[in-house]
Write a protein that binds this ligand. Structure first.
Ligand code: NAG
Ligand code: NAG
Ligand code: NAG
Ligand code: NAG
Ligand code: ZN
Length: 319
């Protein structure tokens, strides 16, 4: 199986990634090639302890500072759907018509990461944003418009009043860490990585990097429609990135973002709003059935975003 080869040849395992509140950002192990790891460590430098994990929180840390308020709306895409009536969807033009959303930001920072003429500081910034936004995309409420992604929906968690967005960003993950992993992010990360390697999730790991599992067509034209289609692990990400960096090769100019994979991944996150996040929200959500239903979603979404980020960076930096 190609996947196991891919995993065994990539040497480095970096704790970090994802973007689910302060803990989630550091939670996922990822799989970088030595060349990618070396680039990442040099670019992030000692300010982030050369770690993708600690760098992942930077975008949230700065978004309330005056110099970075422009970046606030890049952390999500406001899917104007109706999860309370079991209708979930993400549409680029409807939900990111002004080009300011996490989908556009991923395209932007993907390009900027491999534009050395921007200078090392801007390239490092691009890496920190990309790291963070690929994590944000996997949190279902970062792909939902209702009540500002659930920020306006009051819920109870461990006897305290908070909001639906916050418990998905942070609280349920904290409870999960405390209950099953002794509160240790490293133990949780190692567990997710072991489960990735054992292919022990509800969706086979070999499907995680495929970007064709959608029922809705993209506003994107295959940049190389007559070319031989790669079918190996990560091929969709490779095609996405090559298409983006080679703009003008048949990409549809109407597309807000010429990337296919992030849109598929956004739709996948958004479907959890209908399936798990919005139905039956009574009582204390950080215990009992609601939490039990949420944990598998948290696990697979954080694991997927880590593997996807690693594959994305490998394709960009070590093609
Ligand atoms: C930086 O990383 C090293 C090795 O992982 C660790 O021992 C050290 O405590 C970290 N330092 C800080 C300031 O986080
Ligand atoms: C692209 O990145 C630049 C530099 O950080 C930023 O000014 C601009 O707002 C970004 N645009 C999007 C859509 O992310
Ligand atoms: C997790 O455990 C730590 C240490 O015991 C505690 O401070 C924290 O409040 C706990 N968090 C949750 C959400 O239970
Ligand atoms: C697969 O993962 C689940 C959830 O963490 C765990 O309970 C189970 O023991 C794992 N199975 C194997 C074979 O590792
Ligand atoms: Zn964020």
């Amino acid at each position: 199986m190609r996947f196991s080869v891919t995993v065994s040849v990539v040497a480095a395992l970096v704790a970090g990634v994802s973007a689910w509140g302060a803990d989630g950002h550091r939670t996922v192990g990822c799989f970088l090639t030595p060349k990618t790891l070396s680039f990442v460590q040099t670019s992030l430098g000692t300010a982030f302890n050369r770690s993708l994990g600690t760098a992942a929180t930077w975008a949230d840390d700065v978004k309330n500072q005056a110099a970075f308020t422009w970046s606030k709306n890049l952390h999500f895409v406001d899917a104007e759907d109706s999860p309370t009536t079991n209708s979930c969807s993400v549409h680029e033009l409807r939900d990111c018509g002004n080009g300011v959303c996490v989908l556009a930001a991923i395209a932007n920072y993907t390009t900027r990461l491999v534009t050395p003429s921007l200078g090392t500081e801007q390239v490092s910034e691009a890496l920190r944003f990309l790291d963070h936004f690929i994590g944000d995309l996997s949190q279902p409420l970062h792909v939902e418009a209702i009540e500002a992604g659930g920020n306006g929906i009051t819920v109870t968690c461990q006897g305290r009043s908070t909001n639906l967005h916050a418990i998905w960003d942070t609280n349920m993950l904290d409870v999960h860490l405390n209950t099953s992993f002794g509160g240790s992010i490293a133990t949780y990360t190692n567990n997710l990585v072991a489960r990735i390697k054992a292919d022990n999730f509800s969706v086979p790991v070999s499907n995680w990097l495929s970007c064709t599992s959608t029922t809705e067509p993209f506003t994107v034209v295959d940049p190389n429609p007559n070319g031989k289609r790669d079918d190996d692990f990560g091929a969709d990400i490779r095609r996405d990135i090559r298409g983006l960096l080679g703009l003008g090769h048949g990409l549809d100019k109407r597309a807000i973002t010429p990337l296919a994979c992030p849109l598929v991944w956004a739709r996948e996150s958004n479907l959890f709003d209908c399936a798990t996040v919005f139905p039956v929200r009574t009582g204390d959500l950080c215990t009992g059935t609601y939490l039990a239903n949420a944990i598998p979603v948290i696990d697979i979404q954080i694991a997927r975003s880590g593997l996807r980020l690693a594959t994305w960076l490998n394709e960009l930096l070590d093609p």
